[in-house]
Design a protein. Sequence first.
Lengths: 138, 138, 138, 138
Amino acid sequence: MSLTADRARAVIAAAETKAWEIGVPVVVAVLDAGVHLKAFARMDGAPLASIDIALKKARTSALFRAPSEAVWEYCKPGAPAPGLELTNGGLAPFGGGVPLEAGGELVGAVGVSGGAVAQDLEIAKAAAAAFHFEPERA
Amino acid sequence: MSLTADRARAVIAAAETKAWEIGVPVVVAVLDAGVHLKAFARMDGAPLASIDIALKKARTSALFRAPSEAVWEYCKPGAPAPGLELTNGGLAPFGGGVPLEAGGELVGAVGVSGGAVAQDLEIAKAAAAAFHFEPERA
Amino acid sequence: MSLTADRARAVIAAAETKAWEIGVPVVVAVLDAGVHLKAFARMDGAPLASIDIALKKARTSALFRAPSEAVWEYCKPGAPAPGLELTNGGLAPFGGGVPLEAGGELVGAVGVSGGAVAQDLEIAKAAAAAFHFEPERA
Amino acid sequence: MSLTADRARAVIAAAETKAWEIGVPVVVAVLDAGVHLKAFARMDGAPLASIDIALKKARTSALFRAPSEAVWEYCKPGAPAPGLELTNGGLAPFGGGVPLEAGGELVGAVGVSGGAVAQDLEIAKAAAAAFHFEPERA
């Protein structure tokens, strides 16, 4: 299964729905499995800094096939890979990047930025869940 | 008037409608007046090269407040600004980037890439027109 | 069909075989459909400049789903997309980048540099042909 | 002794053999003494993030003529060269980059990424050993 424009749009809609619900404007970036931008939306009121951060969270997640914050376990002080966050053009090893998977295969990633890290993560998880669940309904 | 997420979405929808009509999948990027990404969509089948090209066309248009191809008049052989296309991180001085204006004021730009240059320009113009006309109908 | 390590190796072997045959040492780069490096070999005696050139030819071909020299038709003097070669981090719009396709689908690209352009192109075509034909034999 | 294509291939083959043995798909990059890419292979299933990391580990090792993790001793908190990891386009000062030496002379470096740091280091050491020992057998 590949990441179609329709599915990418559904991921963004789910992110925006959750963001409205908790009252925080965010930037949402959706990448495909090849780490290329598929869809992007910046809600009114989201900080400009969040453009790069949402993109980097999604990149981090797609590049490592893991939630973005998992990468911190490898590069935090005392961990075995200091400076890992400087590779791949700069990573964002904190919450808000979540892989999009279908049938156990990576098909992309979503990155969210604009709120507190816990809020961004909650929104990104809601966005990724929309991706996972929709096929079952069909 | 500023570029709201709603208006950015309308610009992308108009671009996609025209692209479907002429049968060419494209990438559409919408920037605000501060030259920051507001919305982005990559249609299924559009070449990966078009991600950067659509972004650069929109950048070129927003930076100069002009259609992207107008910049070529300043840097083409014999023109007074050779190398202008190398500034600002690299410009795309050919058709497909169109300013979004309201009340004589620049509020952003749209960039389209994926088809022949004439097709991209036609799609970008349709996208920008959707931006201009919608307010009048309200 | 995706680009496996085995197939990438076969593409490089075919390029090296043809390069030996015509007596010119080259650099060979194989990218997947997401424009990410899969395999690479620099033959003894190939110029260092060819590292970047082979990579850029393969990138150009994968990004546009076309032979690298086809891109020149769009950016040569008088063509409709001046400066196109400056997009995507810099393109190499001359011969030696060839798409790898299977079942009408792009699965990657090979880029060759080190000889005259006609030689690079001949080698890249031989490399791509090895990719196409091998499955039929199985 | 210089790093021939034959020896680079042997280094990659030894890395892949060890990677299969411990069951972790990796990216392997081999650079020459001039810090230029000589050979590269990405095993099926290795994360895309490992392309840049393997290249940076090999670069770090070749630039300093030392195992990549040795560089961390100079830039870790309290060490005399804070920010050293930001030089040279970004270093990867953690395990997995190993110099290739012959007769006490540096002839290149190998970088491995894809597993845990200890696994990458084990694979890189096996790869470098193949380089050292093979000549003696001849």
